[in-house]
Design a protein around this ligand. Structure first.
Ligand code: NDP
Length: 386
């Protein structure tokens, strides 16, 4: 039987890996809808390859360009925020939520509220609206399938277990490109160095997050909401080979881990085929040639982002929203060459210190805190440049 899927963020890194798997398994999937932010050319190409019947582009100024590119096809074209949410719910059974950042929040929530199965790559949606999203999923019957490799690993290790039998989960982190770099080298890191991840090929924003370890901090918050464990029962360990994707420890002392080559097509395939499995073209794991699997504690001095994220999770209320928004602005400024690498975390710390918001009670509240934080962070950064 074919599964009808919508791919939100179809032109990105996760979107492309999803398409690769879909094209190798055409008999299993029908793509109903696809979305992008601004990249009309790439989105039109995705439509031609998949035969999707609905394409939504976030930037309304690109509507005409996309419509012209798709003239003569059977694909309906739409633009703007509402169109992204429409793409999530129209005809799909499974929604791949792979928009980057807070922009993915509303369309992902639309899929959750509609009770659909959601393969969730867009970690920022859970970080900023975790309680709202898991609450909505419980109410609508929506299943959240984690695509992030660590959470996907934990999801696999937890299969068939009882919540009361889990003592802790252990997220692995590669350590990023600056794992062994001196503090001085980290101070001088360029955007090109920061996006050059040693093991994974990913979009620019998440690559910088991996370099600061903020990515692991966001994943800590994501894990809390997905698996319902407090901060004290979620540990982080550096594992440079990125072969052990995460672990679950049970009350009897057993520890289960999921291993595999560092290729996002493995967790994406798991979500696409769930509760079955499907073959992927990834490298089989050759443990003898890998030879060593190493583990070490993260260094809190060189990578303060982890502490910030844990504090934001424990503070709760609006803190994770502020952390995420400030980080997105700071990362974009770093990539644009406006601030230095260590300032990314400084900016987030400053934003958290200055924040004074009530706990968000709705998605609109989350988006308002997100908007206000971005504005405040931009003016803070401008003030410090003048
Ligand atoms: P990319 O930057 O490669 O792609 C992002 C996608 O989202 C593109 O399709 C982009 O469209 C679209 N998009 C960007 N901004 C907006 C917006 N404002 N409105 C609507 N659509 C938008 O990101 P990744 O694929 O790397 O990451 C996607 C998500 O998955 C992130 O949340 C990331 O943290 C998470 N993730 C990624 C992993 C990876 O290996 N890449 C691993 C685990 C999680 P356009 O092309 O037009 O810009």
């Amino acid at each position: 039987m074919t599964r009808r899927i919508a791919i939100l963020g179809a032109t990105g890194s996760i979107g492309k890996s999803t398409l690769d798997l879909v094209e190798r398994n055409r008999e299993r999937f029908e793509v109903t809808a696809v979305t992008a932010a601004t990249n009309a050319d790439a989105l039109a190409d995705v439509v031609r390859r998949t035969g999707a019947s609905f394409a939504a582009i976030a930037d309304e100024n690109r509507y005409r360009e996309l419509a012209e590119l798709l003239a003569g096809t059977n694909c309906e074209v739409a633009a703007g925020e509402e169109a992204l949410a429409e793409a999530a719910v129209r005809d799909a059974e499974l929604v791949i939520a792979a928009i980057v950042g807070c922009a993915g929040l509303k369309p992902t929530m639309a899929a959750v509220r509609a009770g659909l199965t959601v393969a969730l790559a867009n970690k920022e949606a859970l970080v900023t609206a975790g309680a709202l999203m898991t609450g909505s999923a419980a109410a609508s019957g929506s299943t959240l399938l984690p695509v992030d490799s660590e959470h996907n690993a934990i999801f696999q290790c937890l299969a068939g277990s009882h919540a009361e039998d889990v003592s802790r989960i252990i997220l692995t982190a590669s350590g990023g490109p600056f794992r062994t770099a001196s503090a001085a080298a980290i101070d001088a890191a360029t955007p090109a160095q920061a996006v050059a991840h040693p093991n994974w090929s990913m979009g620019a924003k998440i690559s910088v997050d991996s370099a600061t370890l903020m990515n692991k901090g966001l994943e800590l918050i994501e894990a809390h909401y997905l698996f319902g464990l407090p901060s004290a029962r979620i540990d982080i360990v550096i594992h440079p080979q990125s072969v052990v994707h995460s672990l679950v420890e049970f009350v009897d002392g057993s520890v289960l881990a999921q291993l595999g080559s560092p290729d996002m097509r493995i967790p994406i395939a798991y979500a696409l085929a769930w509760p079955e499995r499907m073959a992927t073209p990834t490298q089989p794991l050759d443990l003898a040639s890998i030879a060593r699997l190493e583990f070490e504690q993260p260094d809190p001095q060189r990578f303060p982002a982890l502490r910030l994220a844990r504090e934001a999770l424990e503070a709760g209320a609006a803190a994770p929203v502020v952390l995420n928004a400030a980080n997105e602005i700071a990362v974009a400024s770093f990539l644009a060459g406006s601030i230095r690498f260590p300032q990314v975390v400084d900016v987030v710390q400053e934003a958290l210190n200055a924040a004074d918001y009530d706990a968000p009670g709705s998605i609109d509240d989350v988006l308002e805190i997100d908007r206000a934080t971005r504005e405040k962070v931009k003016s803070m950064m401008q003030a410090s440049c003048t």
